[in-house]
Design a protein around this ligand. Sequence first.
Ligand code: NAD
Ligand code: G6P
Ligand code: MN
Length: 440
Amino acid sequence: MKKFSVVIAGGGSTFTPGIVLMLLANQDRLPLRSLKFYDNDGARQEIVAEACKVIMQEQAPDIDFSYTTDPKTAFSDVDFVMAHIRVGKYPMREKDEKIPLRHGVLGQETCGPGGIAYGMRSIGGVLELVDYMEQYSPNAWMLNYSNPAAIVAEATRRLRPNAKILNICDMPIGIESRFAQIAGLQSRKQLRTRYYGLNHFGWWTSIEDLDGNNLMPMLRAHTEKHGYVPLSSTEQTEVSWNDTFVKMKDVCLLDPDTLPNTYLKYYLCPDYVVAHANPERTRANEVMDHREKHVFNACRAITAAGNSTAGELEIDEHASYIVDLAAAIAFNTQERMLLIVPNNGAIPNFDADAMVEIPCLVGKKGPEPLTVGDIPHFQKGMMGQQVMVEKLVVDAWEERSYQKLWQAITLSKTVPSASVAKAILDDLIEANREYWPELH
Ligand code: NAD
Ligand code: G6P
Ligand code: MN
């Protein structure tokens, strides 16, 4: 069996250890000869990488493991780039979340003005990775988790049209795992679903088991009572995420024929989200206090002990999806997966050049999108508005245009007026001087 070479870009990410453990657990599906980490923050990456070195030495000493901040070393001789960078890191996420809240608008990593600000930082960072890949390993594929995926996907579609990059999201599969639990099934792979929308902005139209039994009525009934919370769950869910899953019982009422992505909460219930936010302590603070501390402390402990049992690092669903995708490309499995791809007629009554999140068959040539069909007025209206926000952000980045970015923030369903949009924009410009192109 062929063996592959992978570079993880964003080696210092809190998700890197989970991906490494998942890659190691899947050596029968995606055998590796080499694994590299790349990050532009060498000190942060080193903490994660030294712990992973211990784990690699224990579990797979024959896989060549290394880490670097040098693009040429990182991107040469690779088959897959698994990217999850966060330009500006958590301190900038904190600003994305807190600045809009100062103006009474929700603050969120990927939605509303915060997501737009993050998009303006991410576009350049992800394009840089694409260019390194094309320069040093032109046959490689980039599997990109870096957010905000919708804006990043529109930017790569427009600015690097021939790049072999696939943009993906783990939210639908995380929700599908919940659907499977609610339905009493072992795994999300026992479901066959249809879903469409934009990234962090979509709906399930059909959910069946593998025998073709319709699970939608049961899942709808459960959701209206309990949201996306299974009655008996062994999994630990953080309080803020649990609140989001519970809130789905209200969000789902907007359309009785479908089930919504959790992120629709931010567009359909923004007043509720603002009322329940603490402007002094947002999700970025929770992540810095919990996930980041937990992962980095575990890594330091493992490195100090020279032994993986000294710290607790978990495999997660998030990582399994990227392995599925790499294996589908590597071995032409034609697995059906949700990806963010150009619409190109899959939804005939929606813009052909919109990046949509829809089921695709994945093989060695990449994704082959399935036909969705025409969508109803409610979804079409919401998606039409949001997709133009995403396009305006890329316009603004490309043209260095203040005007386009003001329009983007004004058009976001999360923002009440043009004047509020302008006030938020002016604060965001101030906070992002180091990262955004200068706007005129
Ligand atoms: P993190 O801050 O822990 O890690 C990001 C790493 O990227 C850092 O080590 C940072 O130094 C590095 N980095 C930043 N800019 C870079 C650049 N230009 N070049 C190289 N490296 C760079 O963040 P995290 O919470 O682990 O998340 C990582 C990314 O994954 C984020 O974009 C997050 O939104 C995304 N994510 C996406 C999904 C999805 O569904 N698509 C799911 C989970 C996480
Ligand atoms: C989900 C989404 C990601 C997002 C993440 C945020 O997994 O699909 O796109 O980055 O949630 O989670 P966090 O724990 O960092 O708030
Ligand atoms: Mn996502």
